[in-house]
Design a protein around this ligand. Structure first.
Ligand SMILES: [Zn+2]
Length: 507
């Protein structure tokens, strides 16, 4: 009995030494300032993923991982790979031409102009289709409110017309507003919800209608975008119409948008209907090319190699445009240099962590989170459990309104109260704590954390604020705030240590 007690005490003591704040020292400025400057130097040519500068950056990151004695990480069998590179291909698509027309029969066709009447978000293949059209109101299915725009209508193989907003969004006194506002507190995930609904219902394209007149399309000429070679998620083309174009295509139908919105706001009634005798014709012609790119991934193996904690940051940026180098010092040489500084200290501590600590640098974040998506796609989650992914994206600047340069935003999933507590505790350990903006990432896709949340992996994402140099050639190393980054890295470090401690004791 005594002995047991004693061993418990000893165990607890050992553990608290292992994972106390001092077990892995927090990075100091010299641990990351040099790597940040070099990654953001002109030698890296803006680190565009497919360019020479992108590959130079990857080589440099790998060389630092080697210097810090990390092991190469292989998704399916950790440490059985002898390179830090995870190579894969992306496709770059250039939109050659698009067309969108509504055919009402009897040679009555409305051809809309891509220069002034709509904007298209294409998918990764050329397509040419003709399909029936259904109007699906707001395109929402909210079972908890007994509201479903899709109950009375089939959208299978159809093009769906969808309104912006939700029932009552324009009228704060309406029944609709009171019911629905809580489901869509921040409207930026609303559109994605509608697209996913349409895909689930079997629609082949979405056309968003504009009733406010706020949307002004610009020409789609020379539009390019990237995708993975083999994307796993299904997507469909999205068209956004201007208000005049919206009016044009609804002429001659029984759909009255003002009436529809009123009915939805006041009586929560849906007005979905099939547009009889109308067809939608659209075509998107792409020219696609394939390019090799690479993620860079190292690890410190844990006692239990079937579980991992990831500390990651994308290394790519925008490259060279019109003879200007986009150095991307804050976005995201700051995050990568922070990841490498943590790798350095974890490795130097000689601690064998209970789980693998994976240090990841993803590519092609700027063009759609492609590197992290590929990484996640190729995880064998049955063999390899990811306990936590910490993402750092832009951690060295402050927003202009943050006059004291002490605001830090940390995103977690809605349900992760524990992670929020851990972050807040880490902040309180600082000499000069940040003003924390703890936000929920649910429905957001602003950085690589989103590739993990879609697989249900817990995340923490660190971001120090939008500044006027964001995505401009002015985002340079001379402007970064090394003190701010240092303090952020202390919170990241203590969060990982604390997470390990609580994870091993609550299990
Ligand atoms: Zn970024």
């Amino acid at each position: 009995m005594r002995l047991q007690k004693l061993s418990l005490v000893v165990l607890f003591f050992c553990k608290s030494i292992l994972f106390s704040q001092t077990s892995v020292p927090n990075p100091v400025k010299s641990d990351f300032s040099g790597t940040l400057s070099f990654l953001a130097s002109d030698w890296m040519e803006g680190r565009e993923p497919t360019s020479k500068g992108g590959f130079k950056a990857a080589d440099y990151i790998a060389s630092m991982m080697e210097l810090y004695q990390l092991l190469p990480y292989n998704n399916s069998s950790p440490s059985k790979n002898n390179t830090f590179f995870q190579d894969f291909n992306i496709k770059r698509h250039a939109v050659q031409s698009v067309s969108l027309a509504i055919d009402s029969g009897n040679n009555n066709t409305i051809l809309l102009s891509p220069k002034s009447e709509y904007k298209v978000t294409p998918v990764d293949k050329s397509s040419k289709q003709e399909a029936g059209i259904v109007f699906v109101g707001y395109g929402l299915s909210v079972s908890k409110e007994n509201y479903d725009d899709y109950t009375k209508i089939s959208a299978k193989d159809k093009v769906v017309l969808v309104l912006e907003g939700y029932p009552g969004y324009k009228d704060t006194a309406s029944v609709g507003f009171k019911k629905f506002k809580k489901w869509f507190p921040e409207e930026n995930n609303l559109e994605e919800t509608k697209i996913q609904n349409a895909i689930q219902q079997g629609a082949i394209a979405v056309i968003f209608l504009d009733v406010t007149g706020n949307f002004k399309p610009k020409s789609t000429d020379n539009y390019t975008f990237d995708s993975l070679e083999n994307p796993t998620s299904l997507s469909i083309p999205i068209f956004r119409l201007s208000a005049p174009a919206t009016e044009k295509i609804l002429t001659g139908t029984s759909i009255q948008l003002a009436e529809t919105e009123k009915k939805a706001a006041q009586q929560l009634k849906t007005s979905s209907s099939l547009l009889k005798n109308k067809k939608c014709n659209f075509s998107i012609d792409l020219k696609s090319e394939t390019f090799p790119v690479r993620n860079v991934i190292g690890m410190i193996p844990g006692k239990d190699t079937s579980k991992s904690i990831i500390i990651g940051a994308h290394y790519d940026h925008l490259g060279i445009k019109k003879d200007s180098i986009y150095n991307g010092a804050d976005d995201n040489a700051s995050g990568v240099s922070g990841m490498l500084a943590l790798a350095k200290n974890w490795s130097a501590s000689k601690i064998k962590p209970p789980y693998n600590i994976v240090f990841a640098s993803w590519t092609a974040e700027e063009t759609g989170l492609l590197g992290s998506e590929y990484f996640v796609q190729h995880l064998d989650l049955n063999q390899q459990k990811i306990l936590l992914c910490v993402n750092m994206d832009m951690i060295s600047r402050s927003a202009p309104e943050d006059t004291k340069q002490r605001i830090l935003s940390i995103g977690t999933q809605k349900e992760d109260e524990n992670l929020r507590k851990i972050a807040a505790a880490g902040n309180q350990n600082l000499q000069n704590p940040f003003e924390l903006d703890l936000w929920e990432t649910n429905g957001h896709t602003g950085s690589d954390y989103a590739s993990f949340t879609t697989k249900g992996i817990p995340i923490m994402t660190f971001f120090s604020g939008f500044h006027a140099d964001y995505h401009s050639p002015r985002d340079q190393a001379v402007k970064v705030d090394l003190n701010k980054e240092k303090d952020i890295l202390s919170i990241v470090n203590s969060s990982v240590l604390q997470f390990i401690e609580t994870h091993s004791t609550t299990k």
